[in-house]
Design a binder for this molecule. Structure first.
Ligand SMILES: NC(=O)c1ccc[n+]([C@@H]2O[C@H](COP(=O)([O-])OP(=O)(O)OC[C@H]3O[C@@H](n4cnc5c(N)ncnc54)[C@H](OP(=O)(O)O)[C@@H]3O)[C@@H](O)[C@H]2O)c1
Length: 388
């Protein structure tokens, strides 16, 4: 056993990009995390940092090994420093081993397996799978020590991909479908960005509840293939934003809905097309905005507020978590697992054990660059192996 001060001096790690340099050979360099020293462009600020094996967890904590951790659009915004949620900032990735400078940890959601349970923790066992109950806990890591209060146990019947993507998109879709309008079977929901990961969850959850969905996507060469994919998931009808220019669209929609008024519009795009879409809504409808993918403002016609009593809301799953009890959060996770939702289209990208930190850093930055250029076209999940 080292005395604390000696251990700190001996195991001091310089912050990225010079993150290596443990001088005590007896320490096993067993873990890795994607970190950054200050917010900025992820393709230049993210680094992979190797750090020692985790000591046994504190009485209220658990040691976990991450299985898969997605890279969501909001995660990028957090690294850029333009998202309201704040990441973990620490100089101690493994207790007792200080870094020379504190780093931010990337990653908000993920699926992990418990490797060790703190002496005072009840209700968890080694081998259980958990998802994050807390926000921004640094899931782009191979292993972490987490407070038991910050995780929720999930059934191992969930697939690894669905488990690792359980806490952001599916609950966002579920809550938006349930918290604003008391929808009944046969009611219609309008949404844009319908092929997004959240949009696909909306389609599936709505279909399971008997709600009908009117979905809008951007036009593309293989539009018919996308329409078929979304309809296979349960979409009732799919249009493109270009269709909004056709004068006949409102009649087509009226025919489709048999004149039933649409009362819920889920918006993750903004801009002109979203403004046009509001004209498809009925009286007393609610527009719920949860994203702004077009990076354009949301403009709503005043007349809809005056004459149709339109109501406009924002939804943030992070706020939902902050306002709900642990029991409510656990119940929602259980409901979502039981729904057996189709896995989002994904690619699991491994950071191999044999990579040096420099190689792994290059790999991570390359992944983010490809994502920004739309080269993946699907959800990327990181699997970070323990370095050898
Ligand atoms: N508020 C919350 O709690 C919450 C929770 C989860 C997600 N979100 C937000 O929801 C949004 C979607 O997230 P996700 O993970 O589902 O994303 P995703 O799977 O990466 O999908 C992105 C979607 O945005 C569309 N899009 C991109 N740029 C666009 C543009 N300029 N104009 C119109 N559409 C555009 C894409 O359409 P194409 O296929 O045509 O490119 C695609 O449908 C993000 O803004 C995310 O931050 C919010």
């Amino acid at each position: 056993m080292f005395k604390r001060a000696a251990a700190q001096a001996a195991t001091r790690i310089r912050a990225p990009p010079c993150a290596r340099g443990f001088s005590v050979s007896a320490l096993r360099l067993a873990n890795r995390a994607v970190v950054y020293s200050s917010p900025g462009d992820p393709t230049s600020v993210l680094s992979v940092l190797t750090y020692p094996d985790l000591p046994p967890p504190s009485p209220s904590s658990l040691n976990v090994r991450f299985i898969c951790s997605p890279v969501n659009p909001a995660d990028i915004n957090v690294v850029e420093g333009i998202y309201p949620a704040k990441p973990v900032h620490t100089d101690e990735l493994a207790q007792g081993h200080k870094l020379s400078d504190a780093v931010y940890l990337g990653g908000n959601e993920g699926l992990a397996e418990i490797t060790e349970v703190g002496a005072g923790v009840e209700g968890f066992a080694k081998g259980d799978w958990v998802v994050m109950a807390g926000q921004q806990l640094g899931t782009w890591s191979s292993a972490r020590s987490l407070k038991a209060a910050d995780v929720i146990k999930v059934s191992k019947t969930v697939s690894r991909v669905n488990g690792s993507t359980l806490t952001v998109n599916p609950p966002t879709a579920y809550n938006m479908l349930h918290d604003f309008v008391d929808l009944q079977e046969g009611d219609w929901v309008l949404q844009n960005g319908a092929n997004s990961a959240v949009g696909q969850m909306v389609i599936q959850i709505a279909a399971q509840r008997g709600f009908k969905t009117l979905n809008f996507v951007r036009n593309r060469e293989d539009l018919e293939t996308l329409k078929t994919q979304l309809k296979t998931l349960g979409a009732t009808e799919v249009f493109t934003y270009d269709d909004l220019k056709e004068r006949s669209l409102r009649d087509r929609v009226k025919q489709l809905t048999s004149g039933k008024q649409i009362q819920l519009f889920l918006n993750c795009v903004g801009g002109d097309a979203t403004t046009q879409m509001t004209k498809l809504l009925g009286a007393d409808a609610h527009i719920v905005s949860y994203g702004a993918m077009s990076k354009r403002p949301l403009t709503l016609p005043t007349s809809l507020f005056i004459f149709k009593n339109l109501k406009s809301h924002g939804f943030w799953q992070t706020r939902w978590y902050a306002q709900k009890t642990r029991q409510e959060r656990e119940e929602l996770m259980q409901k979502l697992v039981a729904m057996k939702l189709k896995e989002p289209e994904h690619e699991i990208v491994t950071i191999p054990a044999g990579d040096s930190d420099e190689q792994a850093t290059k790999r991570v930055r390359g992944i983010i660059e490809s994502l920004a250029q739309g080269q993946y076209g699907k959800k990327v999940l990181l699997s970070i192996e323990q370095p050898t």
